[in-house]
Write a protein that binds this ligand. Sequence first.
Ligand code: EPS
Length: 378
Amino acid sequence: MLRFLDAGETHGYGLVGILEGFPANVRINIDNINKLLKLRQKGYGRGGRMKIESDQVKFLSGVRNGKTLGSPISIFIENKDYKNWEEYMSPDRCDIETKKVTIPRPGHADLPGIIKYDTNDARNILERASARETAMRVAIGALCEELLKYFNIKLYNHVVEIGNIKSNYNIDDVINNYTKIENSELFCADPISELKMKETIDIAKENGDSLGGIAEVICENVPIGLGSHTHWDRRLDAQIAYSVMGIQSVKGVEIGLGFEYSKRTGSKCHDEIFFDNQKGFYRKTNNAGGIEGGISNGEKIVVRAVFKPIPTLYKPLKSVDIVTKQEVLSSIERSDICAVPAGSVVMRSAIAFVLANALTERLSSDTIEDMLESIKII
Ligand code: EPS
């Protein structure tokens, strides 16, 4: 079983993560991890912060001479912006006026956080609620992808909708053209829609507004038998939904046909079963999105998530000052206009963790050699 914990405030010294239960002897290519971190920082519509940061991992433990040891892997990612915030974020200085935020933003963790944690400074809440934390989740997910590569399991993230502009795509094209998608500005498989999405982002920016959208992750070569129908929390689809819903701004997750199921009869939904001596059991369709009864069925796993528009608006909504109780406009923090492309990378990482965890549960997994040996006999 894999476990991870992460910590860190957005303008604090940095982010730390610990991944426990990871098998020994897995080759780790640090460039691959940093590449995914860089991908997360990209995306048309991001704010000024991304010009300050250039995320890179530092291993503090668990990796030696390019291979994992089986011991907890600990990672550090620096917040370069900390130098601009040192005075306000200092863990020990108590003699300075802090940059208090007393006006909560609708849609943000600010207000429920202030009440729950009994503070009159929303900064104590927003610092951790910030999606900055997802840099560590991507680092953890990228490590998991290093493990998944041994099994030829590949993950592809792309953006399928921003502000009501939909990408026209099919899944095979996404896989075949992935390098192009990775290098595009919105990770969109359809260049015409991408142009329209950029225009929509520009309009939102001019209006002091923000935009959400839908991202999709496709997982290829996932073996049959990850997850289980035997208990609710062992279902692979449940684990994926939990992990993806844990990403800031995600408001819905669907697998395969997802919400489209409500519009069709059963005969137009379920993937008929065929058998071939060479291929074994196979399907001609994949409406289930690679999971039936909570178990991977060998088809591609297809997951989509909807991200709500970012709550920080340059043309703010109405709020109430928590100290004076006066109606005011909500506070403005520097922010992104649209972070769906970045969200797609985080989503990919969240799913990579779930798949790597499910593999370690399915196989004997003290070492990568154990895993490769035991997959032969299942
Ligand atoms: C975020 C606000 C912005 C984003 C940040 C998430 O940060 P800042 O307030 O420093 O401008 O850039 O995202 C990141 C720092 C990141 O690495 O993704 C928020 O409030 O969630």
